[in-house]
Design a protein around this ligand. Sequence first.
Ligand code: GDP
Ligand code: MN
Length: 301
Amino acid sequence: LPKNHISHYDLNKLSTSADSLAKKEEVLILTPMSRFTPQYWDNIQKLTYEHSLISLGFILPRNKDGDVALKHLEEAIKDAKAANQLKYKKITILRQDTNSLNSQLEKDRHALNVQKERRSMMALARNSLLFTTIAPTTSWILWLDADIVETPAGLIQDLTSHNKPVISANVYQRYEDESTQQPSIRPYDFNNWVESEEGLKIAAGLADDEIVVEGYAEMATYRPLMAHFYDAKGDVHTEMQLDGVGGGAVMVKADVHRDGAMFPSFPFYHLIETEGFAKMAKRLGYEVFGLPNYLVYHFNE
Ligand code: GDP
Ligand code: MN
């Protein structure tokens, strides 16, 4: 055995606190990426958390979209490096060994009949990414989709300050209101929800391998959706308890994943992927929260 080949890490001493930056807690930002959005990259480059405490992990599909995204991601990294603006602890780029959907047009990927297949593929991609990049020094994992183009610069400090096992930001989208021709915002991600009687009833009536997906009229769950709890005048730090989360911008204590909470690619209580993850975290005894007034923005295709 070569010298210094044994490393000891006492996971009891790995801190995960409200005071993350002062305590120099390491954050792993994980992003499944089928398309590279320059604004996503610019946004993470502007995050004010100490970059030497941040590692990045990407997973790209093994199709044409993935080829193009990889090229752009590598260019962005190269440019940042040339400008002496690449300070992350580590960057890991993975190529998926599992399948992915071919058409990523918004209307195709949001069709109800492809949800189980699509979300299950996404779950496998997220799990591969998580299990290959988590380090013994990782305190926090920030799941950040590749099309989240705008967040507050203090995103990491803000989310960790709540010191919750799982906490999700509210994903909105900027658009131009046709009636007023003014820039406006609208809810985007409906996967942050509170379970309802109706949702449980639908689930109870499903076959073992069937799933409930949120945001489809065909399957009206009447779940309270965090997207609708946004109050422009409210405190940005208002918390609400959730039962399901989306993957747009979610901060997770790495211990939640270490304890075994992952993204089920199979129906788990009739839920899969990020919503199944929230359920699994809860079954492990962790609480799941959302910040209805804390907005981050999804790209507008
Ligand atoms: P939506 O916002 O709910 O429509 O979901 P997206 O299609 O934006 O997917 C969520 C995240 O996963 C985004 O960061 C995508 O770039 C990424 N993504 C989508 N499909 C795939 C895929 O097949 N493989 C990988 N690795 N990432 C994907
Ligand atoms: Mn998206």
